[in-house]
Design a protein. Structure first.
Lengths: 275, 308
């Protein structure tokens, strides 16, 4: 009996602690969501108003602003660079998994180091290069640069997924007369479909969230959502209602994607090194 | 007959070779073109006195010499390191504690975890915006609570003593969840029997941590430390949006300094030199990371279950 009570108390303590931690981490998010429904005046009221008549004005303003166009740019660039990266990434990941070449490890490491490359170092040459090619302020410029990061990420994560396919399956397919290319296309690739989805979502999130490259390589037409958000902040000074509304709209796709990959977060965040 | 088989075998061989080339060549060509070429170009620029609108002039290590003599550069380097080390210490400590707290099996834990992990999926820029709102001197909630608790308001974003903490708070809020994620993954690999045996043996909490948890947490902790330090050294978004690098240069990171040299002062050569300084520091860390992550390395017994 005493043991049981003790265990119950422990459980309750842990539950309270967990709830507390979760709330603490969620608080900034909740506050921004609340702010997005407040009028300009209500945001500055202290003590803060927890209960108020929500207004949709901030959202209406944002839906009719450039921000939606920038969000479209973001989604477009993210989607294209993700698609391209998955094609390159799955081919090469399969290669490293099944046909390791001489110096494979070194090449793999070099590829990982690309993912770690400081964006500031990439941005300077690309800024000059794209300026002379007339590619500044185009979606293509961002797609190309994001592909560097996304391809290297895809190779690492997908290699882990390919490594998990039992080699016997592929050998059986070879005995049935499949060519290596057919084995890849008809046997292995379908088996890593969950891995492809996970990789795609992480590439999408990372491309959507990228700021420095987008800030330097775009000025007007190809501006992405994070850059747009930063500009809202400077131009409108303290219109936090609108900024919050824009931030909330921008967060929606990211949160939805996160829910999709919730069981694979560890793989995505550690380049497939932990699972 | 044998001749026909020979032809078939040779054709198959060719097909296989072509397939292997397809696997590697396009990617490697793309990456080499997109990375090596720009980087070589950028090293080259760092040796020129190149200010936009003027003819570049070769000055060898002039830009680097100028940087290494500049007080601002060393201040910014120091600030970047300070942010990195402080964030790392807090995130690791807090992450380990929260990881243990969240590893308990309670109904609905999956949902709590998902909520906790959200911050790290957001754009760092958005995190910076959140905290700019929360840390605002006059209407920010943080100051409101501080005053309620009797501490007095703090000029988080403009006071030379506190601005750096605004950056640190934002990074800690966003990335502690990452450490928690890794710790949870590490704890998840500990066999249940091992934990139960320790409890039955009445091992002290410290002994349990040392002998049971730590071996399984070594790899996650290493990964967390390396990923976090590499990312924090490159930090740009948060100081850009939160403080703009100010007051003075007190929250300017190396990346921000490079950016400003390029876009505010048009000093392309100096900006390249700074960016190369960052590349070299990060590269040293990446090399450590690669050693740790090496797939062919001899795996210590206790690591087998983490899948490394």
């Amino acid at each position: 009996m005493r043991e049981e009570t003790k265990s119950l108390i422990r459980r309750i303590v842990f539950l309270v602690v967990t709830l507390g931690i979760t709330l603490a981490f969620m608080f900034p998010l909740l506050w921004v969501i609340l702010s997005s429904f407040k009028t300009r005046l209500e945001i500055f009221v202290l003590p803060p108003k927890w209960i108020f008549l929500p207004t949709l004005q901030n959202y209406k303003d944002i839906l009719h602003s450039d921000f939606m166009y920038q969000l479209k740019n973001s989604l477009l660039v993210a989607a294209i660079s993700t698609g391209v990266s998955l094609v390159f990434g799955s081919l090469t990941a399969y290669g490293f998994s099944r046909y390791p070449i001489r110096g494979s490890d070194n090449i793999l490491f070099w590829i990982l180091s690309l993912r770690m490359l400081p964006p500031i170092a990439v941005v300077i040459p690309f800024y000059l290069l794209f300026r002379s090619l007339g590619l500044l302020d185009t979606n293509l410029a961002l797609v190309l640069v994001y592909c560097i990061f996304n391809i290297s990420f895809s190779i690492w994560v997908l290699k882990g997924f390919f490594d998990e396919i039992p080699i016997e399956l592929e050998e059986a397919a070879r005995l049935d007369g499949y060519s290596p290319a057919q084995v890849f296309w008809r046997v292995s690739l379908p088996l890593v479909r969950p891995g492809l989805a996970t990789t795609a979502i992480f590439c999408l999130i990372q491309s959507l969230n990228e700021f420095l490259v987008a800030l330097t390589l775009t000025t007007r037409r190809a501006v992405t959502a994070p850059v747009g958000l930063a500009k809202l902040q400077t131009f409108l000074g303290t219109d936090w209602g609108r900024i919050s509304a824009a931030a909330v709209i921008f967060m929606i796709p990211v949160v939805v994607f996160t829910i999709f990959v919730r069981n694979e977060l560890i793989r995505g965040m550690s380049f497939g090194r932990m699972r | 007959m044998t001749e026909r088989i020979d032809v078939l075998v040779r054709r198959r061989h060719r097909e296989e070779l072509r397939f292997r080339l397809l696997l590697f060549v396009p990617t490697i060509v793309f990456l080499v073109l997109m990375v090596i070429f720009p980087l070589v170009y950028s090293v080259n620029i760092s040796f020129y006195d190149y200010v936009r609108g003027r003819e570049p002039r070769f000055i060898g290590f002039g830009n680097y010499a100028q940087l290494f003599r500049s007080e601002q550069f060393w201040l910014v380097t120091w600030i970047t390191l300070r942010i990195t080390l402080t964030c790392l210490a807090i995130e690791m400590g807090l992450g380990l504690l929260l990881g243990f707290a969240l590893s308990q099996k309670i109904p609905g834990m999956g949902f709590f975890r998902l909520l906790i992990f959200l911050p790290m999926m957001l754009a760092p820029l958005v995190a910076g915006l959140f905290w700019r709102l929360l840390l605002d001197q006059t209407f920010g909630l943080v100051n409101f609570f501080l005053e309620r608790l009797g501490f007095g308001a703090v000029e988080w974003l403009t006071d030379p003593r506190f601005a750096i903490w605004g950056i640190i708070i934002t990074d800690v809020w966003q990335w502690t969840p990452f450490v928690v994620l890794l710790v949870l993954a590490g704890l998840g690999t500990i066999p249940q029997e091992l934990q139960e045996a320790a409890i039955l043996d009445r091992a002290s909490p410290w002994m349990r941590f040392r002998n049971i948890y730590l071996p399984y947490l070594r790899m996650p902790i290493l990964i967390a430390v390396l990923f976090r330090s590499i990312d924090t050294l490159k930090m740009f978004d948060v100081p850009y949006i939160l403080t703009g690098g100010g007051p003075g240069d007190l929250t300017t990171t190396l990346s921000l300094l490079g950016y400003r040299n390029l876009f505010s002062f048009f000093k392309v050569g100096v900006a390249s030199a700074i960016s190369w300084f960052v590349v070299i520091i990060v590269n040293i860390l990446v090399n450590v990371l690669l050693k740790v992550l090496s797939p062919r390395k001899k795996i210590p017994r206790e690591m087998v279950d983490t899948g490394l």
